[in-house]
Design a protein around this ligand. Structure first.
Ligand code: GDP
Ligand code: GDP
Length: 441
């Protein structure tokens, strides 16, 4: 059974400081704040490792239905999402502008939810402002803390409060552990894409409940099977669907859950419904899997619903969608007709093997010689890049360190060239790989 980190949601009107507070809490400067309402953030959730608790922090204001859509969602939508998925809601208000009518309405809405809610009065830039700024907000009816996200005032107390409120999660459970049940394969994808059906088709029996109704509540199911002398444990993340009664929610929190499941798995299978293509949260999941270097396979399911011509056309269209992660294997399948599915386990096996592959320094240095002879590193500002040698620092995923004269000279097309050569020569065409350039003078 998978367990997930507790969720802490930041909600609030535009410009109250959610994104600043988010960055402060995760102690990194990941997203950009501007003196402008509604600026898009490049990160909307992050794992926070506190003193006594770890949790997932979600800036609900930055959640957008589609990653290409840059509109901030309304505070009411944020509240609804947070009520559906969060364990603790931090309702951020602006101490400088005072109580806004919308704050009152949202407060009323939140009071009915029975959730843990805390009002965080932000922009209280020093203790002397605390009393007057807080006064406005007691009427909201929640315990209240004052902070200055940009100056840091009150942050220690805030961190403490968050950890006190959150439930404890067994750290060992969270680490996952894949030895006993063989390879741990998590199936991700939007509701109704066919995750359960795909697992059932692989198992050859109806082990998981399959439902035609999106949003059906199921528990997270792990199924262990043996095939060809190998053991696999499938994790069907359909079970992480929210159990609340909110039916028209956008499922943002389930995306965050999926991302956690992905991190706990050895290999991820992203299941897409060929009738829908790549939509909404699929894009977010795809870019997450890619940037996190998680080994994954894309399964485009329900091909039985298309004619041969339609299928050929769809395949052509999808090539563009997947272009940014061109090494990721794509399998077209149907859990109804079983087409394509025979290839899935061998593909997973191959991917896993590539991901754990090790290359000797000798082989790598022969590669360096070969590739630089064929194409010299580029010249920039009168200096030519030079690779002294390289090593493989890690596997899962394979991580290569290039020791070079100046790391700044290595980027863009030359790095892509090196990556392509690495993949070709060492037969790593399916696995994510990491490349690091280190200057040594
Ligand atoms: P969001 O739209 O709620 O995510 O708000 P941002 O984090 O983008 O912040 C909006 C504006 O408020 C920015 O100009 C921030 O610099 C400013 N701001 C955020 N926190 C504080 C604070 O604690 N004190 C003051 N004075 N300004 C803040
Ligand atoms: P999940 O929510 O991703 O686990 O999706 P399910 O496995 O529950 O499937 C959702 C619906 O799609 C069910 O009605 C399935 O019968 C149907 N379905 C799943 N796979 C296929 C397929 O390959 N072809 C067709 N035509 N329908 C499918």
């Amino acid at each position: 059974m998978n367990q997930f980190l507790p969720m802490v949601a930041l909600i609030g009107r535009p410009n109250v400081g959610k994104s600043t507070l988010f960055n402060r809490l995760i102690k990194r400067r990941v997203s950009i704040t501007h003196d402008m309402a509604g600026v898009t953030r490049d990160s909307i959730f992050s794992e926070v490792r506190g003193e006594t608790r770890s949790y997932m922090l979600v800036d609900t204001g930055g959640l957008v239905p589609d990653s290409s859509d840059e509109i901030e969602i309304s505070i009411f939508e944020q509240a609804r999402e947070a009520m559906a998925g969060a364990d603790l809601i931090l309702f951020i208000v602006d101490g400088r502008t005072g109580l806004h009518p919308q704050d009152e309405q949202v407060g009323q809405y939140l009071r009915q939810s029975g959730k843990e809610v805390r009002v965080i009065v932000n922009k209280v830039d020093g203790p002397e402002q605390e009393e007057t700024m807080a006064a406005d907000f007691y009427g909201l009816g929640f315990p209240l803390d004052c902070v200055s996200a940009s100056h840091g005032f009150g942050m220690g107390d805030l961190r403490e409060m968050i950890e006190e409120v959150l439930p404890k999660v067994d750290a060992q459970e969270l680490e996952g552990g894949h030895v006993q049940g063989g390879l741990k394969v998590a199936l991700l994808g939007r509701p109704n894409a066919g995750k359960s059906s795909t697992i059932n088709a692989l198992l050859g029996q109806k082990r998981l409940m399959v439902s035609a109704e999106a949003g059906t509540t199921r528990d997270c199911v792990d199924v262990t099977v043996q095939r060809g002398g190998k053991t696999y444990t499938f994790v069907d993340t359909a079970g992480v669907r929210r159990k609340s009664k909110v039916t028209d929610s956008l499922e943002y929190f389930s995306v965050v859950h999926s991302m956690q499941a992905a991190k706990q798995a050895d290999v991820v299978v992203l299941v897409l419904d060929i009738m829908d293509g790549v939509v909404g949260q699929d894009k977010r999941l795809l870019s997450f899997l890619d940037t996190e270097k998680i080994p994954f396979v894309i399964v485009v399911n329900k091909i039985d619903l298309l004619t041969k011509d339609q299928l050929a056309k769809t395949k052509k269209d999808l090539v563009d969608e997947f272009a940014f992660c061109a090494h990721v294997p794509v399998l077209y399948s149907s859990s109804v007709s079983m087409a394509g599915l025979g290839g899935l386990l061998p593909l997973i096996e191959k991917l896993w093997e590539q991901c754990g592959q090790r290359v000797t320094t000798g082989e790598l240095n022969r590669l360096v010689k070969m590739v630089t002879e064929r194409h010299q590193p580029p010249v920039m500002g009168g200096r030519r890049g030079k690779i002294y040698y390289m090593t493989q620092a890690d596997s899962r995923p394979p991580t290569f360190v290039f020791f070079v004269n100046d790391a700044k000279l290595f980027h863009g097309s030359y790095v892509r060239y090196l990556e392509n050569q690495l993949r070709k020569v060492f037969r790593m065409d399916k696995t994510p790989i990491r490349m690091v350039f280190r200057s040594s003078h």
